[in-house]
Ligand binder design. Structure first.
Ligand code: UD1
Length: 420
C-alpha cells in the first residue's frame, strides 16, 4: 500500500494550478444520465472518486469515456439497470447522487446504502424525505434504498436538517425534479458553488431552474433534457488546502485558477491568522511570511467556513501562539486527525464538537495514519513543517480527492515522495 513520506522545513514557493471541483464533478456526471444524448464535461480532476463514479454510471448502462485526461463524455442512451451495487457504492458516499437521476430517467432506483469517509454517522433521511415529497415511494431492503417514482409530481420540499442544509440531498431532489411534471420548490436548499454549477449544467441540458445560488430553488419540470457541454468550476477545497500549505510553511504560492469569490470565509480566517492573501488575475497569491495569530472558527454550510478545510486549518493553528477553538457544526465527530496530529507533538484536546488547540513552537515528524480524505491532507500539511520525517499511511484516502498532491507540492519545493 502506498505511503507518502514528507521531510519538513521547506518554505514553499511557486505556482500551483488548481483543478476542477470534485464535488461539482460527481453530481454533474450523475446528472448526465438525465439527457437523451451524450454530455461532455471538462476540467474533471483525475482522482479516484471520479473513476468510481464512472464505474457506477457504466454499471447502470451508460457509456463513459475519457477522451483526454481531464475530460469525460457520458452517453446515457444505454441506461437500463437501476441498481448501484454495494461493491462500488461502499467506496464513496457520494454515489447516493445517482438516486435523483435514476428516478428522473427510469422512474426507479435501487442503491446500496453508501459508505465513504469515516466522519461519523452520515444519514440519508433528507434524501428520502425529499423524494417522498415528490411522490416517490421509498423503502429500505437488504441494505439498499429502493425507490419507485411512477407517479411523481412537483411538490414543496424542505431540506434543512439538524446540521444545516444537505449538499447531496439538494442535488438529488433537484435532479429528480427537473423531469418531474409540475413545479417543485426546494426550501433550505444548499447554496454551495458546486450546487450552482450543477444547476448551470442542468439548465444547459434544458432544465428550468430559478433561484440558483439561493436557499430557495424553483424547478419547473420539462419532458426531456439533452446532453450538454460544461467546464467545471475550480476546486475551492483544493485551493484552500494549498493556501494553508503556503501559510504553514511561511512560503509564498500563486494559486492559478482559484476563485476568491468562492473562498470568502476561508480568506477571511486565514488573513485573521496573520497570512496575507491577494487576488491575482485568474487566481490568488498567498504569503505566510507574517506573524501568526490564533483564531476561533466554526464550520458551517456555504458561505461559512467549509468543514472540508477544518482539518487543514487545525494543522495550521497547532503552530499559532495561544489557544484557538475550532467547532465543527456540520459533522460534529469529524476529528480523527486530532490524535494523529498529537502524535506529531501538537497539543489539541476535544470537548464535544470543538477542538481546543494550544499552539506549540514546532511539530515533530512521525508515522501517522490517514483516516479520511481531508484528515489525510492535514497530516501532509503538518509534515511539511514538522522536524524530520513524517510518513502518512493509507494514502488511498488522499487519492480520492487530490490530483497528484505530492507532485504539485514537490514542484513548489516540498521534500515529499510516494513510496510503494
Ligand atoms: C458534501 C460533500 C462533502 C462535504 C459535505 C458538507 C460532495 C460529494 N461531498 O457531502 O465533501 O463535507 O457536503 O459540506 O459534495 N445529513 C442528514 N441527513 C441527510 C443528509 C445529511 O442529517 O439525509 C447531515 C450530515 O450527517 C451532515 C450534514 O447533514 O451532518 C451535512 O451533510 P451533507 O451536506 O449531506 O454532506 P454530503 O452532501 O454527503
Amino acid at each position: 500500500m502506498d505511503r507518502i513520506v514528507v521531510r519538513g522545513g521547506r518554505r514553499l514557493k511557486g505556482t500551483v494550478r488548481i483543478g476542477g471541483a470534485k464535488n461539482a464533478a460527481l453530481p454533474i456526471m450523475a446528472a448526465a444520465l438525465l439527457g437523451d444524448s451524450p454530455s461532455r464535461i471538462r476540467n474533471v480532476p483525475r482522482v479516484a472518486d471520479i473513476r468510481t463514479m464512472a464505474d457506477i454510471l457504466s454499471a447502470l448502462g451508460a457509456r463513459v469515456e475519457f477522451p483526454s485526461p481531464h475530460e469525460v463524455v457520458i452517453d446515457p442512451r444505454g441506461l437500463g439497470n437501476p441498481t448501484a451495487p454495494y461493491e462500488l457504492v461502499r467506496k464513496m458516499r457520494a454515489s447516493i447522487c445517482v438516486l435523483g437521476p435514476l428516478l428522473g430517467s427510469l422512474g426507479r432506483a435501487r442503491i446500496s446504502l453508501p459508505g465513504g469517509c469515516a466522519i461519523g454517522a452520515r444519514p440519508i433521511d433528507l434524501h428520502i424525505k425529499g423524494m417522498e415529497r415528490l411522490g416517490a415511494s421509498m423503502r429500505l431492503s437488504h441494505g439498499f434504498v429502493v425507490a419507485r417514482g411512477d407517479r411523481m409530481r412537483g411538490g414543496e420540499v424542505f431540506l434543512g436538517g439538524r446540521f444545516g442544509s444537505s449538499v447531496l440531498a439538494t442535488a438529488n431532489v433537484l435532479m429528480a425534479a427537473v423531469k418531474t411534471p409540475g413545479v417543485t420548490r426546494i426550501e433550505g436548499a444548499a447554496s454551495e458553488p458546486e450546487m450552482a454549477d450543477l444547476a448551470e449544467f442542468l439548465k444547459k441540458m434544458g432544465a428550468r431552474i430559478g433561484g440558483m445560488c439561493t436557499h430557495s430553488l424553483r424547478v419547473e419540470g420539462v419532458r426531456r433534457l439533452a446532453g450538454a457541454s460544461h467546464t467545471l468550476i475550480p476546486d475551492r477545497i483544493e485551493a484552500g488546502t494549498y493556501m494553508i500549505a503556503a501559510a504553514i510553511t511561511g512560503g509564498e504560492l500563486e494559486l492559478k485558477g482559484a476563485r476568491p469569490d468562492h473562498l470568502g470565509a476561508v480568506i477571511d480566517l486565514i488573513e485573521a491568522a496573520g497570512v496575507s492573501v491577494g487576488a491575482l488575475r485568474g487566481g490568488l497569491r498567498v504569503s505566510g511570511a507574517g506573524r501568526r495569530r490564533v483564531v476561533d472558527l466554526a464550520t458551517h454550510p456555504y458561505p461559512g467556513f467549509p468543514t472540508d478545510l477544518q482539518a487543514q486549518m487545525i494543522a495550521l493553528l497547532t503552530l499559532c501562539p495561544g489557544i484557538s477553538v475550532v467547532t465543527e457544526k456540520v459533522f460534529p465527530e469529524r476529528f480523527l486527525h486530532v490524535p494523529e496530529l498529537n502524535r506529531m507533538a501538537a497539543r489539541i484536546s476535544i470537548e464535544g464538537s470543538s477542538a481546543i488547540i494550544r499552539g506549540v513552537r514546532g511539530l515533530s515528524g512521525a508515522p501517522v495514519m490517514a483516516s479520511d480524505l481531508r484528515a489525510s491532507a492535514a497530516l501532509v500539511l503538518a509534515g511539511l513543517v514538522a522536524r524530520g520525517e513524517t510518513v502518512v499511511d493509507r494514502v488511498y484516502h488522499l487519492d480520492r480527492g487530490y490530483e497528484n498532491l505530492e507532485g504539485k507540492l514537490r514542484k513548489v519545493g516540498a521534500l515529499i515522495e510516494r513510496v510503494g
